[in-house]
Design a protein around this ligand. Sequence first.
Ligand code: B16
Ligand code: MG
Length: 215
Amino acid sequence: MRIKAFLFDLDGVLTDTSELHFLGWKRLAEEEGINFTREDNEALRGVTRRESLNLLLKGRQVTEEQALEMMERKNGYYIELVGQMTPADLLPGALKMLDENRRIGIKQAIVSSSKNAWLVLDRLQIGDMFDAVIDGNAPARSKPYPDLFLLASKAVGVPVKECLVVEDAEAGVQAAHAAGMRALGLGPVDRVGAAELVYDSLQRHTAQEILNFFN
Ligand code: B16
Ligand code: MG
């Protein structure tokens, strides 16, 4: 089946907000007297806010009210940092590929677990380049469930077999496969090695080259 749509994850694929998520979680952890390292943060890649908090708490019991307050506090710190982002925070090769897809008539969507996806897209000034934006506000199960990708396939009007997922997280690649889609993984093989094709990043690669591989 020929690929007719690219479904891009946002954090870690088009921009690197994971450092900003890390700084937000780290500040919360310090306030709560919890040790939280950059290495710990790797496990949070692509997972939801709630699951991230659970991982950060490392088994510490909190009430639902405390959990909600902590997530809100971290999100406030994160949003503060996102406010300083500019189009210069697009990852190398990202804008070029988005432009190329538009030029050659490939549909493209954002499929992100983040509830802040629109905020980030606005800061990067790329919101108008997509045929659909499916984010963490969608009434759907998060990755590794296929739900968000299935919603995106419907939204762009391209059957699942003709959608290619671009992901930096293991859970994202699993979600793509669960949806019946093929995936391009960005990052180390021990993280995204289950994808049909793996690159370090989008830099120095073209959409046409990716299409030639899959079609
Ligand atoms: P928020 P993606 C994910 O975005 C991030 O990778 C992950 O670190 C974050 O916890 C999640 O979004 C939720 O983000 O707190 O902003 O709703 O990689 O799926 O684009
Ligand atoms: Mg990601």
